[in-house]
Structure formats: structure tokens, C-alpha cells
Ligand binder design. Structure first.
Ligand code: HEM
Length: 132
């Protein structure tokens, strides 16, 4: 055995199972995060429905399933968030996508997240940090 590991190339996001893995892994990181964890924990009493909504959301964004019918913007107006929260959210999201997947849909996921974060911040009257 050598120390050199042959890395398998990662697959792209292709199925509902992939979306579920992305969402669950991402929110595990969010909940453990010093900055974001408390904001989510205060707002969300029961995580199962939230995770299901988020799987539906990303399945609609990335696989065009049409399962999400909600309004992503409205839930964010009453949260105590500023651009630093969005930067951290995007950092964790990008890190999660890159650790699990690679390809066109994975790139699309990161681009969509970045765009939506920008729109949200603009609707909240916030000026995004330079890196997001
Ligand atoms: C500062 C970063 C963010 C924080 C702290 C945050 C927090 C939250 C919280 C606490 C909820 C649940 C609200 C509730 O059920 O009462 C929620 C819902 C949601 N968030 Fe975020 N969020 C952030 C950024 C984003 C971004 C960038 C996106 C999209 C790319 C997003 C998409 C959604 C969606 C789709 C929902 C579900 C809305 C519904 O119930 O239909 N969030 N968010």
C-alpha cells in the first residue's frame, strides 16, 4: 500500500436520493454551525417537515420535479440575518456540493444558490458581501 490514494471522480446530482443526500448533509452542517445553527434552531421547532420542504425545493430547482410550490422569500423576512449569514450559508452549501458531487447539475446548484441569496438579500435591503 502506498500513501497515494486514487480518488474516484464524483458523480453529478442525478436522482431524488442525491438531492436528499445533499439537503441532509447540508443541514447537518448548518445546525452544527456557530453562526447559523442558533438562527435555524430558534425558527424551526420540528426539522422533519423543513427538511422535506427543502428536498422538494432543491428537487424542483435541479431535477425540475415541480414538487415545491412555496414561496422561498417570505420565510426569511423575520429572521435576524445579515450578509455574514448569507456568506456562511453559501460557503457551507458550496462545500457540501463539492464534497459530494461534481458536474453540470452540481455547478447549477451552486449558481442557483448564489443567485437566490443575492435576490433575498436585495429584498431584505441588505448589501451582499463581495464574495457572494
Ligand atoms: C442567511 C441564510 C439563510 C437562513 C438563516 C435561512 C433560514 C431559513 C429558515 C429558518 C427557514 C424556515 C422558516 C420557517 O419555516 O418558518 C427557511 C426556509 C427556507 N429557506 Fe432559507 N435561509 C437562508 C438562506 C436561504 C437560501 C440562500 C435559500 C435558497 C437558495 C433558502 C431557501 C429556503 C426555502 C426554499 C425555505 C422554505 C420556505 C417554505 O416554507 O416554503 N434559504 N430558511
Amino acid at each position: 500500500m502506498t500513501d497515494i490514494e486514487l480518488k474516484q471522480p464524483l458523480a453529478d446530482i442525478q436522482t431524488e436520493e442525491d438531492v436528499t443526500r445533499l439537503v441532509y448533509t447540508f443541514y447537518d452542517k448548518v445546525r452544527a454551525d456557530e453562526l447559523l445553527g442558533p438562527v435555524f434552531d430558534k425558527a424551526i421547532a420540528d426539522w422533519s417537515p423543513h427538511l422535506e420542504i427543502m428536498c422538494n425545493f432543491w428537487s424542483t430547482m435541479l431535477l425540475y420535479s415541480g414538487r415545491y410550490k412555496g414561496d422561498p422569500m417570505s420565510k426569511h423576512f423575520s429572521l435576524p440575518i445579515d450578509p455574514s449569514h448569507f456568506s456562511q450559508w453559501l460557503l457551507l452549501f458550496k462545500g457540501t456540493v463539492d464534497a459530494l458531487f461534481q458536474g453540470e447539475v452540481a455547478d447549477n446548484a451552486k449558481a442557483r444558490a448564489k443567485n437566490i441569496a443575492r435576490i433575498m438579500q436585495s429584498m431584505l435591503g441588505l448589501t451582499p458581501n463581495n464574495n457572494n
